[in-house]
Design a protein. Structure first.
Length: 368
């Protein structure tokens, strides 16, 4: 290039502008990529599975023993014991070792805030905060915080803390039922997805509606095994288990119907008539001798109801399993509705199967 050669400034500025635009686009794309890469994942894992974050000495001591006593006690009520929750323990260091460990569904943190060397207490610090610690010190000595989506979407994080080990123990004893309820609520969406993975059976639902006068959300893999004027039996059959729903309605005449003996007598009369095996003279009855039947009054979608949980057996045969029943009073037409679910699943775990049945039964809606 000669020193005397003129520079075309128009071309120069156009080129410079183009370079600036390209640099801006490149930076924007990089930032967008970083945002995508750093975005929260969706939480994964099964229902009823909980990761407990606690210092090792806490988990292996009195606090851990107490926590396991309440949170992994027996699920009501199964022929072979299964825990309410499946527990997995991580220390804060374990949690940090692998990023994927932060993407599970449910976490419970156990922190003794008086232990200045506690890595769990330090990890909880930002979530608990000085104001809550001060409140805990001035009141009961403990507290709980629930947070959604801390590390992943759809995730539940529960922080259980105490200002001493004794107050942390009291926290577990006094608040376990509230925490369990919150975990159950967080798992409901996953259970819903599993129950209705194949869709709904509109045909069966329509038949239930016209026969029983109630609306029930029935999964597509259930069929009608029996239909009479006031009674229906719905079934799901696989190679491993059978899942069953019995619906029955009758007039409400006396408050004794809504009692322990009332629901037992009603269920036994129905199953004795309809449920049997290939063995002659076999029939289903409640077995409240080998294991107790748990009965309580409940608010069932704004209706008064009696809930019963127990085990059944076939007389003159060797078959049995768990059941759950709701006997609901509808004051509009003064009728009682029995919604009963039972499982036959030899050599198979039954906790989730019973939760699925309970979920289906709780979709009921009365037309009147």
């Amino acid at each position: 290039m000669k020193l005397s050669q003129k520079i075309n400034y128009s071309t120069f500025w156009k080129g410079l502008f183009a370079l600036a635009i390209a640099a801006f686009i490149s930076t924007s794309c990089t930032e967008e990529a970083r945002t995508r890469l750093s975005a929260k994942a969706n939480a994964f894992g099964k229902a009823n599975h909980v990761v407990v974050i606690a210092d090792r000495d806490v988990w292996e001591g009195a606090v851990g023993d107490t926590f396991r006593f309440y949170f992994s006690s027996a699920f009501l009520i199964l022929p072979q014991p299964e825990p309410i929750l499946d527990l997995k323990h991580f220390t804060p260091l374990d949690l940090e070792k692998d990023p994927i460990r932060k993407e599970l569904r449910t976490y419970i943190y156990l922190g003794d805030l008086s232990d200045k060397s506690s890595s769990t207490a330090k990890l909880m610090g930002d979530d608990v905060g000085p104001e809550r610690i001060l409140t805990a010190k001035e009141n009961k000595g403990y507290g709980n915080i629930q947070k959604k989506d801390k590390y992943a979407y759809g995730q539940l994080n529960v922080f259980m803390y105490g200002t001493s080990q004794e107050s942390l123990l009291a926290n577990i004893k006094n608040n376990y039922s509230t925490i369990l309820k919150r975990i159950k609520e967080n798992d409901a969406e996953l259970i819903e997805a599993n129950v209705y993975a194949g869709g709904e059976s509109r045909k069966v639902q329509k038949s239930v509606d016209s026969t029983m006068g109630v609306q029930l959300k029935i999964p597509a893999d259930y069929f009608i095994a029996l239909k009479e004027e006031n009674t229906m039996w719905l079934r799901k059959m696989t190679k491993e288990f059978s899942s069953n729903i019995i619906l029955h309605k009758m007039p409400y005449t006396t408050k004794e119907q809504l009692s322990y003996q009332g629901i037992k007598t009603l269920r036994d009369s129905i199953t004795k008539q309809y449920v049997s095996s290939n063995i002659p003279n076999s029939y289903m009855l409640i077995n409240d001798v080998d294991l107790p039947m748990f009965v309580k009054n409940v608010d069932f979608n704004d209706y008064f109801a009696v809930e019963a949980k127990g085990i059944w057996e076939l007389k003159n045969d060797f078959m049995g399993g768990p059941f759950i029943s709701y006997l609901i009073h509808n004051p509009t037409n003064n009728e009682l509705y029995l919604l009963d679910g039972f499982i036959f699943a030899p050599s198979k775990k039954k906790r989730e199967l019973m939760q699925y049945l309970e979920h289906i039964l709780n979709t009921v809606e009365f037309k009147t």
